[in-house]
Design a binder for this molecule. Structure first.
Ligand code: TRP
Ligand code: ZN
Length: 855
């Protein structure tokens, strides 16, 4: 009894620092693991060969939530010191064998980290630090070893990493010849069926491919398999990288914290990121699935063969792999559209992070919980840093440096310094200033001044990065600025030129011009910066009409639109004529890719507009922003009234469904035309499209439009009836109702859905579809009375007890709370403080809420 009363306050959370890195004092020669699977009493028997690097080191192993049954060193029973973090034991001065048996309970593991169960199937998630919940081990990425695994179970399919060993009734053995860190370990066991295929590598190695799913999902594997083979071929052709095992398995799992995981030879996917069929998946789903399959496959070289020394180096594998998957998508689909999508993603998710309380460098220097650093900054800005490097050194030098990286560092656990050194050596460039992109947080703002005299045009750029948490002073960075110049009649007089800015303020001149040109700046989004340039509506409209660079052309329309919406949201009288005419011109220009045309007419997110207003010194009013967007869409619809039927008709796709970029682009355009039409016809066309739809892209778009105008009651019920047995479609049904709810109804709609019999907290997809969509509903979440904040906080508090990782990620929905008025701030603070004050709060959520609250 006395024990229970002792010390109720949890210890202050520990902070880990990059500067404290020390190598592990042992090498691991081999790892043998035996799993005896039982839902609540799985036994894991480990046999690990250690060799000390020096003398007198104590063996310290990570281990959490493990019930240690026995441990031996060289066959002798030992009694280690066990804490809730791991164990320590005196170790011999020569190579020795560590053996241990632990018991774990996969069935009660709701954190979805370590070994857990999802619908009767066993699976693992070890990145970043989940392996320590499976057995005692040096669970750090710089400890690499060769694993042999034996799985004992009556389940029919038993999988692990590497190549197949002996398989018989009741057990299977796997051997992975490639040394790997524990975070790449994986095990799957269940009643699964496979979609098989084969691939022959460039050098003639025959590889068995499988996608493993539950029985009813077999018809949803074909597209993923094609994407896998396309990725394998692409990595051979573009990077000269071949696959290196006899078999490559992908498994679809329903309960998963993230998108997918690149475990060596056994990728595990959130089922939403691999399963696709025309009836159940949208074009956007197809594109995302293709990209994620490629991403995980590409990790085989950038992540697995060459891994990270420590978790501070996460961008070494993630930034590079995101960059590679973006290259792949650009090659498979439209490069221009992909670039615009990435810029929108960066502005929508990474800029708020970089300029708010969670700001951190691409390579962070400290953390409490590494799971909280799988961020847009590490992934997406990390990829932009590589894109800039490639721009600066040029394509040939980039691929030469990559070749050196792969040969020099194969089999190693590396740092950003290793990566930079490869580029410095192969190009002869000094990259010390460039490296600031890895260490300085915050988004640089680039302002521009121009002069023109006697044929000479001068652009003067000034860069500034505002202070971010823990970093008051910023040095000038290397910024590649792609610029082109247009003559006043719309001809391009200077084609795309890369300016390399290195100073705080720097001028670039162009000679021999007949007239003052119109500059097109930051073409192809050549750097992840905020361009602060006062451009007149006339000049933006000119660029929207004439720019030869598709990104810059789109961006000119975007900034024109942003300016219009900002003044509308502030209640100013607004001249939207040039904007609307500019959009109409592009929308009806049949020489342009339909998907590009849709991007030109799409509005910036309401949250992005709130950020822009805040930056400009105003307090954003979410309802006014929402109203401005609705009004602009209405005006566009009215102006387009006569064109819409033709736009809709000419973008119908006939024949069997194909998810290729061209067909998808047409459906996107047809759905955009439907969206505008619904504002004029009371939903008649949408109701017809819903009734006739033979694919999910058309069905869900029609349903969304109906629900958005407050109709679609019958269709919602019919949709549920039709799809109630398909979890992934029902996720869409949950998300759509929240996302399309009117601002003043969003809390009630979301609350009612959390009471639906199909709502569950234990499935992250369902939780995100409901509460994540709610947090992303700008005007619904930011209700003036704070009801949105408190509603979300209540659910996050509940979820934290079960699944800290997903809870902590979802806390980021609060990261912009200081943009809003005092009343909203007060409510948001109260909600955050309620989360922070929850007893037994996880380390994950505690770190996030503390950072978001700030000082
Ligand atoms: N490494 C994975 C990827 O980028 C993502 C990942 C990190 C992950 N931690 C995870 C996936 C936890 C699932 C659960 O593809
Ligand atoms: Zn990744």
């Amino acid at each position: 009894m006395a024990l229970a009363l002792k010390d109720a306050t949890p210890a202050a959370p520990e902070t880990i620092y990059l500067k404290d890195y020390t190598p592990f004092p042992f090498t691991v020669e081999s790892v043998h693991l035996t799993f005896r699977l039982e839902p609540r009493a799985t036994r894991v028997i480990s046999r690990i060969a250690f060799a000390p690097k020096g003398h007198g080191a104590t063996l310290e192993l990570h281990g959490e939530e493990l019930d240690l049954k026995w441990a031996r060193i060289d066959g002798q029973e030992v009694t280690p010191d066990v804490t809730d973090k791991g164990l320590s034991v005196a170790a011999p001065d020569q190579p020795f064998i560590w053996e241990a048996e632990v018991e774990i309970s996969p069935e009660t593991n709701t954190a979805l980290e370590g070994l857990y169960m999802s619908n009767g199937m066993y699976c693992t998630q070890c990145e970043a630090e989940g392996f320590r919940k499976i057995t005692f081990y040096p669970d750090r990425p710089d400890v690499m070893s060769v694993f042999t695994v034996r799985i004992e179970s009556d389940l029919p399919v038993l999988l692990s990493n590497g190549n197949k060993g002996e398989v018989a009734a009741g057990f299977a053995e796997w051997h992975d010849p490639w040394p790997k860190p524990a975070y790449l370990f994986a095990l799957v066991a269940g009643e699964l069926v496979n979609h098989p295929d084969r691939f022959t590598t460039a050098s003639g190695r025959d590889v068995e491919l499988n996608i493993w799913v539950r029985d009813g999902d077999l018809h949803k594997c074909g597209f993923g398999m094609e994407a896998l083979k396309a990725s394998m071929r692409w990595d051979e052709e573009v990077y000269g990288r071949e696959y290196d095992l006899d078999i490559f398995n992908i498994v679809a799992v329903d309960d998963f914290n993230m998108g997918a995981m690149e475990n060596k030879g056994l990728n595990i996917f959130n089922s939403s990121c691999v399963l696709a069929s025309p009836d159940t998946s949208t074009d956007a789903n197809y594109e995302r699935i293709e990209a994620i399959i490629a991403h995980e496959y590409f990790h085989n070289w950038t992540g697995n063969r060459i891994t990270c020394r420590d978790w501070f180096q996460l961008c070494l594998k993630e930034g590079l792999t995101v960059f590679r998957d973006a290259q792949f998508t650009s090659d498979m689909r439209s490069a221009a559209v992909k670039r615009i999508d990435d810029a929108m993603e960066l502005r929508g998710r990474q800029f708020p992070e970089d300029n708010g309380p969670l700001s951190h460098p691409v390579r962070p220097e400290s953390f409490q919980e590494i799971n909280n650093f799988y961020t847009a900054t590490v992934y997406e800005k990390g990829a932009e840093v590589i894109a800039m490097l490639k721009r600066l050194v040029g394509d040939a030098a980039y691929y030469k440096a990559l070749e050196l990286y792969f040969t020099r560092h194969d089999g190693q656990a590396c740092t950003i310094e290793d990566w930079i050194a490869v580029f410095e050596e192969s190009t002869g460039r000094d990259l010390s200033q460039f490296k600031l992109w890895y260490s300085q947080s915050g988004t640089p703002r680039l302002s521009v001044a121009e002069t023109f005299a006697e044929g000479t045009y001068t652009l003067t750029f000034t860069q500034e990065t505002k202070p971010t948490p823990g970093q008051d002073k910023k040095d000038p960075k290397v910024i590649p600025i792609a610029v082109g110049l247009l003559s006043p009649n719309g001809d391009e007089v200077v084609p795309t030129t890369l300016l390399e800015m290195t100073e705080a303020t720097q001028s670039f001149t162009f000679e021999g011009l007949g007239a003052k040109p119109v500059p097109s700046i930051l073409r192809d989004f050549s750097a992840p910066v905020i361009l602060e340039r006062d451009v007149s509506p006339a000049e933006n409209a000119f660029l929207l009409a004439h720019d030869t660079d598709p990104f810059a052309r789109w961006d000119a329309g975007r900034s024109l639109m942003r300016d219009v919406l900002m003044s509308m949201a502030r209640g100013e009288s607004t001249e939207d004529g040039p904007l609307i005419e500019g959009i109409v011109t592009v929308l009806t220009d049949r020489s342009l890719d339909p998907s590009f045309r849709v991007q030109v007419m799409s509005l910036p997110g309401e949250s992005e507009l709130a950020a822009a207003l805040f930056e400009a010194g105003h307090t954003p009013d979410p309802d006014a922003i929402h109203g401005a967007c609705e009004t602009l869409r209405q005006r566009l619809a009215e102006r387009m009234q006569d064109e819409l039927p033709r736009l809709y008709a000419e973008n119908q796709v006939s024949g069997p469904f194909s998810p290729d970029a061209k067909s998808a682009g047409k459906r996107e355009m047809a759905n955009a035309a439907l969206g505008l039409t619904t504002r004029l016809d009371g939903g008649a066309l949408a109701a017809r499209q819903f009734a006739d739809a033979d694919n999910m892209t058309l069905q869900i778009a029609a349903l969304s439009r109906l629900v958005q105008i407050g109709k679609g009651e019958a269709q919602l019920a019919a949709f549920y009836e039709q799809w109630q047995d398909d979890r992934l479609v029902i996720d869409k049904w949950f998300g759509l109702q929240v996302g399309m709810a009117a601002p003043e109804r969003a809390v009630d709609v979301a609350r009612a859905l959390t009471a639906h019999k199909d709502f569950t907290m234990t499935n992250p997809n369902r939780f995100r579809a409901t509460l994540g969509t709610f947090g992303g509903h700008h005007a619904g979440f930011h209700r003036a009375d704070g009801s949105g904040y408190h509603f979300l906080a209540d659910w996050l508090i509940q979820l934290d007890a079960k699944n800290p990782q997903t809870t902590a990620r979802m806390c980021t929905l609060f990261q912009t709370w200081r943009r809003y008025d005092a009343t909203r701030q007060g409510e948001a603070r109260a909600a955050l403080e309620r989360i922070a004050g929850t007893s037994g709060l996880s380390r994950d959520t505690n770190e996030m809420v503390t950072r978001i609250l700030g000082d």
